[in-house]
Design a protein around this ligand. Structure first.
Ligand SMILES: NC(=O)c1ccc[n+]([C@@H]2O[C@H](COP(=O)([O-])OP(=O)(O)OC[C@H]3O[C@@H](n4cnc5c(N)ncnc54)[C@H](OP(=O)(O)O)[C@@H]3O)[C@@H](O)[C@H]2O)c1
Length: 324
């Protein structure tokens, strides 16, 4: 028997339950992983609340690190005893002591990357990889606008953009987060309650930016469009303030033929080649020291509900890990 966080009805953090689970042996294509650290992600709250519906009852959590304890018959890239980390789409169950999962998402960890660091960076790092390498290829002379710059995805993105050579304008909720985002590579940071459009225009000589990475969603849609230069791209990749349910296409026309996309990780990392491409680049940047994974908070796995309350309450910085 092992233990996991599960939930049977969508709702607030209080729906999360600590339950006993009996794991099956891994089927062909699967592996069993004993977790040492689990990553907390904002997407966990969308699954829990029903914004992204899951078949219930369900586990929760899409990112973790640990050790392989069994492999299915045809799994050739892993062996029992390997240190591994992963991010994965549903069915999800990373909030657990041990799980049996599709082995295609598992990546062996290099010795230099410890388990907590790995658990804190896989889903977030793959996200930054596809946002900067695939959705819009960030270039050294670009100025980009990035929301939640002091968050889990945010601090990785600040450093990755710096490595590319781009200029980063961050948006954050508090002055303490502003200091953190600056320390991690932002060139300028605007407080979310200030005049973001005015600040971006001032910082770009009135031109606006070619790309906005907006993870806040409903509350910031209009100002994000106003920050773009003509033919710029809004990458609306999250909904921490609520989902964007409608956008009149004329809003794009009147600001100068803008583009908009609402991307998700699981349409960019779909197969083994993409898992290896995203992980390879991420591991290299972490190994070289270009990206430091900031773990701002640690919670016991059983206290996952408290961790989610802190995340939704904007009280976390960097990544958060849950320890079984
Ligand atoms: N589409 C994808 O493929 C994909 C993949 C991964 C993550 N994401 C998205 O990326 C974003 C960041 O994820 P994360 O896990 O790294 O979380 P995070 O950035 O560590 O935490 C969320 C942050 O969002 C900001 N925020 C702004 N308005 C908010 C509101 N009304 N409620 C709560 N937070 C608000 C807060 O920062 P401030 O206080 O500084 O504003 C908060 O700390 C999330 O929106 C997530 O859904 C998308």
């Amino acid at each position: 028997m092992t233990h996991a966080i599960q939930f049977a009805t969508p709702g607030g953090p209080e729906v999360l339950e600590w339950v006993e689970v009996k794991l099956p042996d891994p089927a062909p294509g699967q592996a069993r992983v004993a977790h040492s650290a689990i990553g907390l992600n904002f997407i966990d709250t969308y699954y829990r609340s029903g914004v992204y519906p899951l078949k219930l009852p369900s586990g929760l959590g899409s990112e973790a690190a640990g050790v392989v304890t069994a492999v299915g018959d045809d799994v050739t890239h892993l062996a029992v005893g390997d240190r591994v980390a992963y991010a994965n789409p549903p069915p999800i169950q990373a909030y657990s002591e041990e799980c049996v999962m599709d082995a295609r998402w598992l990546v062996k960890l290099p010795d230099e990357i410890d388990d907590e660091t790995a658990a804190a960076m896989m889903l977030k790092g793959w996200t930054v990889w596809y946002l900067f390498r695939r959705t819009y290829a960030v270039k050294p002379d670009d100025t980009i606008l990035l929301y939640a710059a002091a968050g889990g995805v945010g601090l990785i993105a600040c450093q990755w953009a710096k490595r590319i050579g781009a200029r980063v304008i961050g948006v954050v909720g508090t002055d303490a987060k502003r200091q953190l985002a600056l320390a991690y590579g932002c060139d300028a940071v605007v407080l979310a309650d200030d005049d973001v459009v005015g600040a971006v225009k001032d910082l770009t000589d009135g031109a606006g930016v070619p790309v906005v990475y907006d993870s806040v969603g409903r509350d910031t849609l209009e100002q994000s469009l106003d920050c773009l230069r003509p033919r710029g791209l809004l990458v609306s990749f999250g909904s921490s303030s609520g989902t964007v349910d409608a956008l009149a296409l004329n809003e794009l026309a009147k600001r100068g033929s803008l583009y908009v996309t609402r991307p998700t990780l699981w349409s960019y990392v779909t197969n083994r080649d993409e898992v290896e491409a995203a992980s390879g680049e991420l591991f290299e940047l972490v190994r070289s020291g270009d990206i430091h994974i900031e773990i701002g908070q640690r919670f016991a796995l059983q206290d996952a509900a408290d961790a989610q309350r802190a995340l939704e309450g904007r009280r976390t910085t960097g990544s958060t890990v849950l320890i079984p």
